[in-house]
Design a protein around this ligand. Structure first.
Ligand code: SF4
Length: 424
């Protein structure tokens, strides 16, 4: 269930049907202003809607004042253990504070923070973590870890409601992907507040991205989750942002920049597609429009499944072809494929999103395609055409049979193929 309630962190709406917000966390010492601000600008450039900074010391709070002023995106102060730092972070201008009521020193300390948050109209993210559940839920954690997480979250919700504070979102973090999925599904049915999703300590860029894609992707596909953070073991926070965007783009929840489609390659490949795909991906980062660009390793399937791509290339040993929306545009030498592809894309934008076609070049490319295409390959299009042809044949045969006058069909015998013997 998507959250019913909505909160606002700076100028970013969260929950209540707002687009799923992408956030990350700086990896620098927050008090190191040049490094922290540089990283914030990089993550904002990569598409982060929000960024969280760790605030474990007073000097980090001091830095926070400048960071809030100079950051292009809202800042969330990340507080553990020390409720006075949470209060100071709010007073320093943080757009939101993340705290875990279980480790901040008890409900009275939480109440003090909430009183200041109310005065400054600042929302709070309350977090529950599988690694720091309250003592009275530890037994339950052994028998039903999902219910233990959900109960802890519900108790936090009850505390916020008892303080007459509804301006919050909730996160339940677990290192287990199945528990992350199950607990968020369960909580989303019980409370109307926005949910922040993440798989905690997910791992390296490879494993962490996969775990997050499975865990968060499953929930997001169900309509659960209002903001996401991909936790990766890397100092480059922008990598987390890129992965988050790929998940949202794959689910068509948000659009950002081009979509690259590339074949997996196989033994038919005749050119260095690895480097071509990497180069295309790198150059596409400069474009904001959600165009679809396809790279095919060979023309065996023709344009095949990349027929819908706005632009694409398909290559062979010495030459390749640029195409657009299933139509050949031009044949070019393989080593110029990438440059020519981007020339066509730039020409498209320069002419007001019109594909510019040169008839002579198109004819040459069409000829090249017909010479290189493997006409025996069973592409989805050809399979569909075969099925269509077969259906038409059956319909024609049925129509002809219906028109034939009733009587014995001398051309077909019901006993054809059988052998009879009178002596048997
Ligand atoms: S497009 Fe060509 S190279 Fe790529 S996977 Fe298909 S057959 Fe192989």
């Amino acid at each position: 269930m998507a959250s019913e309630r909505q909160i606002r962190v700076g100028d970013v709406l969260i929950g209540g049907g707002a687009p799923v917000a992408v956030q990350t966390m700086t990896k620098t010492e927050t008090a190191n202003l040049p490094e922290t601000l540089a990283q914030i600008h990089r993550v904002a450039e990569a598409g982060a809607d929000l960024v969280r900074c760790a605030v474990p010391r007073n000097e980090d709070v001091e830095a926070l004042r400048t960071i809030v002023r100079e950051s292009p995106i809202p800042i969330i102060a990340d507080i553990h253990f020390n409720h006075t730092l949470a209060i100071k972070a709010i007073e320093a201008g943080a757009h939101c504070v993340r705290l875990n009521p279980g480790n901040i020193g008890g409900p009275e300390k939480v109440a003090e923070v909430i009183a200041v948050a109310k005065r400054h109209d600042v929302p709070i993210r309350v977090g529950v973590n599988s690694g720091s559940l309250p003592k009275h839920l530890r037994d339950l954690e052994f028998t039903d870890p999902v219910e233990a997480l959900v109960r802890a979250a519900e108790e936090t919700v009850a505390l916020m409601e008892s303080l007459d504070f509804l301006d919050f979102k909730i996160s339940m973090k677990s290192t287990s992907v199945p528990n992350t999925i199950a607990s968020n599904r369960r909580l989303s049915e019980r409370v109307p507040y926005p949910l922040h999703l993440g798989v905690t300590e997910a791992g390296t860029k490879y494993t962490g991205s996969l775990k997050s894609a499975v865990g968060l992707g499953t929930l997001l596909a169900d309509g659960i989750g209002d903001t996401v953070r991909i936790s990766l073991s890397t100092f480059h926070a922008e990598e987390e942002v890129k992965v988050a965007w790929e998940i949202l783009k794959a689910l068509k929840l948000r659009e950002k920049g081009p979509v690259l489609i590339a074949c997996p390659t196989c033994g038919r490949l005749q050119f260095d597609m690895d480097s071509v795909v990497a180069e295309v991906e790198r150059r596409l980062e400069a474009y904001d429009d959600p165009i679809e660009v396809s790279v095919l390793g060979c023309a065996v399937n023709g344009i095949g499944e990349a027929r819908h791509a706005d632009f694409g290339i398909t290559g062979a040993k010495d030459a390749g072809m640029i195409f657009s929306k299933g139509e050949p545009l031009k044949k070019v030498p393989t080593d110029q494929l990438v440059d020519e592809l981007f020339q066509e894309i730039d020409r498209y934008y320069a002419s007001g999103k019109q594909v510019v076609v040169d008839a002579a070049e198109q004819a040459e490319a069409t000829r090249w395609l017909s010479e290189n295409e493997d006409l025996s390959a069973m592409t989805p299009e050809r399979l569909a055409q075969l099925e269509k042809d077969k259906l038409r044949e059956e319909q024609d045969a049925a129509a002809a049979a219906a028109e034939r006058p009733a009587g014995v069909d001398e051309t077909s015998s019901p006993t054809a193929g059988r052998r009879f013997s009178r002596t048997a």
